[in-house]
Every structure is written in C-alpha cells, then in structure tokens.
Design a protein around this ligand. Sequence first.
Ligand code: ADP
Ligand code: MG
Length: 372
Amino acid sequence: MSEEKTFADLDLSPEVMGALKKMGVKRPTTIQQKAIPLMMDNVSVIAKAPTGTGKTFAFGIPILEYLNMDSKFVQALILCPTRELALQITTELKGLAKYIKGFRIAALIGGQSMRLQSEKIQKRPQVIVATPGRLIDMVGRKLVDISEIYTLVLDEADEMLKMGFINDIRKVMALTPKDKQIALFSATMPREIQNITWEFMSDAAEIDVMPKAEDHPDIDQFIVECPEKDKLKTIIRIMAKEDLRKTIIFCNTKVTTSKVGAQLTAAGVSARILHGDISQSVRNKVMDQYRADKFDVLVATDVVARGIDVDDIEAIFNYDIPKENELYLHRIGRTARAGKSGKAFSLVAYLERPRMEEIIRYTKVDPKPYEL
Ligand code: ADP
Ligand code: MG
C-alpha cells in the first residue's frame, strides 16, 4: 500500500524545485507529504510530529509558494521557542528561497539589539521568524506590524509552552487576522495546546506522525553500563575504539556540562560547552565553530540541543540518562541527519537503570549492550 508522494506530485514552483534539487533533497518526508498539500489549499493544520522529521520545509514550502512579492506587509509569521531554532529556520528558508527574487526574511530574537532588528524590519521582510517574547515586545513598540499576515506557524508548540510563552501566543492570536491560516507543530499535545487548538483552530486538519524508533533507522544505539565516576573515561575509550571525532555529549545539568567539558579539555580532547546560561552571542559562536569543525566534542544540555541541526555528527553520548522519555529520541536524532548513519551511546549507572528501561518501553527503541 504505497501512496508515497514525490515533490513533483506536490505541484511546486520551478524556483522551489530548483532549490530542493540544489540542496540534494529528493523525497518529501511523511510530514511534508501530508502538510504541504493541505497548507497549499489554505487549510490550517495541527501536526503532531517529533523532531527531525522535516517540519521546516513542511511549513516553509507552502509559505514560499504563496508569497506575494508586491505586498509591503509581513505575510507569514513563524514562532519558535529558542533563538537557535529561529536562526536555523531562517537559514533553511533562505536556502529554500534561493531562486525566489526579492525574498526577504528577518529573525527577531532576544539577545540582539532592538536597533539592529528595527533595521531588519525596515527592509520589509515578507516572512518573520521570531521567539514570542521578543516579537510581542516589538509589536508593543509598534516596530513591527503583524496585522496582515495570512499564515502563522507555531513550531515546537509544546516547547514554547514549557518556556512560558502561552500568554504571548494568545496575544499573537489576538493581534493577527481572525481568518489566518495556522500551522501548529508539536511533538506532544498537552492540555494547554489542545485548548489553543479548540479555541483558535476549529477548522484545522489533524496530522499525526508518531515518534517511532523506525524514524531513526540508521542510528546504532548502545547501552554502556558503567559506574557514574567512570563515565567520562568510558566515553573517551569508546571514542578511540570507534574512531569517533564529531560528537555531542548530553548532560542533564549545566554543572555537569562544565565538569565534563573541563575534564575533556584536561584529557586533550577539543571540546566546548553549551547551556542555557551562556550568552546568546557566545552560543552562536560556539555553534558556528562546531559546524565549521573548529572543535570536535560539544557538551550540551537539552535546552540548547533541541532542534540543533548539524549534518555530520558521528555519534551522541548520553552522559546522563534524560529525565523525559521523548528527550531520548530528540537527543539521538541529532546524529544520522540528512540520510547519514550515526551511533548513540547511553552511559547507564546503576541508579539510572529503571529510567533507561522506561525509555525503552515508552519509545520502543532497542539499544544493544556495548562491549568495550
Ligand atoms: P524538524 O523541524 O522536524 O526537527 P527539520 O526541518 O529541522 O526537522 O529537518 C531536519 C533535517 O532534515 C534538516 O537538515 C533538513 O534539511 C533535512 N530534510 C528536511 N526535509 C528533507 C527531505 N525531504 N529529505 C532529506 N532531508 C530533509
Ligand atoms: Mg524544527
């Protein structure tokens, strides 16, 4: 029963088809096959989809296909939870719009000066990507007008909620046209999000792309049982044995990232750390350096890891077992991006065994014991 759609089936413009070809993107992912035709028909969508399934193009393609290049108004507004994600979405959409003449996009995020961002708005972008707090702030100061948009995207809505953006999202709903198209993407559908969909999206089509271990077919997953105090030593041994270079080590806390980062540096491994208390400009610099292969090992907490998209990560390590089940899938999804293969090693101390077992039950992953 194959009803696989190709990009050609989706009636895309030569500009977008050309950009996809240039990026080496061949077949639409499940969420893209389902969301693109609906959104191109101006239908609102509520999509449950885990990270790494290609959501950016799922909403980006329909938005680009419908831009009116003569209009002076902001036509599409994309809200997402973090600055990193906003910048990443902006970069991906710029790539997708490579052949669209006059395309302008602006990222409005905290941590950048208002003056710089006002200058971006004066260039009259058709598309704005923003974190909710900063957007509301700028609308309040009348620096940006969102009263004429026709599409609103809420990307990673559950994460925005966790970060306390629910009131800002409600304000955006009120400040934008009643009949706009809304595309809401969320890995989970907690009550607060259902409330939003009931209140504002009664005509929406629902799309459900389950978080499946099969979505990560090219990730070899391993469990390494190991006392807490030996974890770093063990990671270094695995890196040597597997000949791994570009990797991410996930920790549950900022304190642990600092400790692990310092120990790696002391062991002669080129590593940098990333967590929520590090300033935005430093975070951006670290991510740029990581993409440019200036160092090998990124030690990070989940806050900054979500949605981070670097193509050639060979493996990820769970130094700590994540506190939430879905985080396991998010973390391992950082490797094996864009059709490459990857490895995921979870270092499980005795006390973490029940946690790991729950993750396996819940996510239906099947990590194998690792023999060092
Ligand atoms: P999500 O938002 O669901 O986490 P992204 O939109 O960030 O996922 O996409 C993840 C990665 O997959 C990106 O590197 C993106 O360029 C790539 N990608 C997106 N769509 C496709 C596709 N149809 N085929 C191959 N790679 C794709
Ligand atoms: Mg995304």
